[in-house]
Design a protein around this ligand. Structure first.
Ligand code: FE2
Length: 333
């Protein structure tokens, strides 16, 4: 189109246009001139339209680097700004276990519906006196919660384990406090095991005016695990072939306890109540409310409690104000 402008307004003076015509070849330029005339004859375009089109084509033609410069700047911006940003985002996403804020909600929403056989005709725990593995065998995988009185009263952990023992153990083993073991904050203001062992002596003793606290954690540090397991054996009543996980949980604190919940774990739970009484409340899944009932019970120091916490909603607390509680928990199955 620049040729149209050439011919109509600067035929004799625009040397640039002449050079362009020469570069294109006179024959081709004449064909474009004829096309120009035909276009004008349609009345759909005017000479000024063609001049404007030529002017814009010249701008683009004369300043090709202007466009390329924006592309280059865009690419550089992407590399220098967005790439580090994407890196941070990807690193963050890879660092979280689940993209959803609470995978417990997902587990609740997708759990299978109970057939209620586990809770029908169950109105309380089965209470057994300390017994041998053989005598416990018929009850070992019962869906009814079980208390075995005095089953762990002989454990060394019952007399040795307390807050100061745990604090000293974790602080003298390098890296133990900061090991990334699962930590359960519950209602407390502690975010980590380091927070727990950094609290004042007054708080750890729940002296007057101090706020109660209750936490739990997995003793997954190998040296801590080895040291702690010197204080308690595998529960003697459990079936010989029952599998147990490699780590256990420790729960310590005052009053608060945990919320009602189901555990999404592969096995049944056993707990050894070492210090303090603990109140339990268990409830059937909501779809079984019409045939089953909720109930509560408590355990005393030295008792073992076994609950299939995968099917019973459960929560616990330390009922006696100011009383320190400590519990060891693991699984079997
Ligand atoms: Fe639980």
């Amino acid at each position: 189109m620049f040729l149209f402008w050439n011919r109509s307004s600067a035929r004799n003076t625009n040397s640039t246009a002449q050079r362009t015509r020469a570069a294109l070849g006179e024959d081709f330029a004449r064909k474009l001139d004829a096309l120009h005339d035909d276009a004008l004859r349609t009345g759909l375009v005017t000479t000024s339209d063609l001049q404007e089109a030529y002017r814009k084509s010249r701008e683009a033609d004369l300043n090709p680097n202007k466009i390329n410069l924006w592309y280059v700047l865009g690419i550089l911006t992407f590399i220098m700004v967005l790439t580090p940003l994407f890196y941070e985002v990807i690193t963050f996403l890879l660092g979280v276990r689940c993209f959803l804020p609470n995978n417990y909600i997902v587990s609740e929403a997708t759990r299978p519906i109970s057939d209620c056989g586990f809770c029908k005709d169950v109105s309380g725990p089965k209470i057994l006196q300390n017994l041998t593995r053989e005598k416990f065998a018929p009850y070992a995988y019962s869906s009814q919660p079980i208390i075995i009185k005095n089953a762990v009263a002989h454990w060394k952990a019952k007399t040795v384990l307390n807050f100061e023992y745990l604090k000293d153990l974790y602080e003298r083993i390098p890296g133990a406090v900061d090991e990334l073991c699962p930590f359960l904050q519950f209602r407390s203001d502690f975010k980590s095991l380091r927070d727990v062992f950094s609290m004042s002596k007054a708080r750890s003793n729940l002296s007057n005016g101090q706020a109660p606290w209750y936490v739990g954690w997995s003793n997954c540090h190998p040296i801590v695990l080895e040291e702690l397991r010197k204080l308690y054996p595998r529960p003697h009543f459990l079936p010989i072939d029952a599998e147990m996980p490699n780590t256990d949980y420790i729960f310590i604190g005052y009053e608060q306890g945990d919320f009602m919940h189901l555990d999404y774990i592969p096995r049944l739970v056993w707990q050894a109540q070492l210090q303090g009484n603990k109140s339990w409340i268990v409830a059937p899944t909501p779809e079984c409310d019409h045939v089953c009932q909720s109930f509560s019970f408590y355990v005393e120091p030295g008792d073992a409690v076994l609950v299939d916490t995968r099917i019973w909603y459960h929560g616990s607390s330390i009922p006696n104000k100011g009383q320190f509680g400590i519990t060891i928990q693991s699984e079997y199955g």
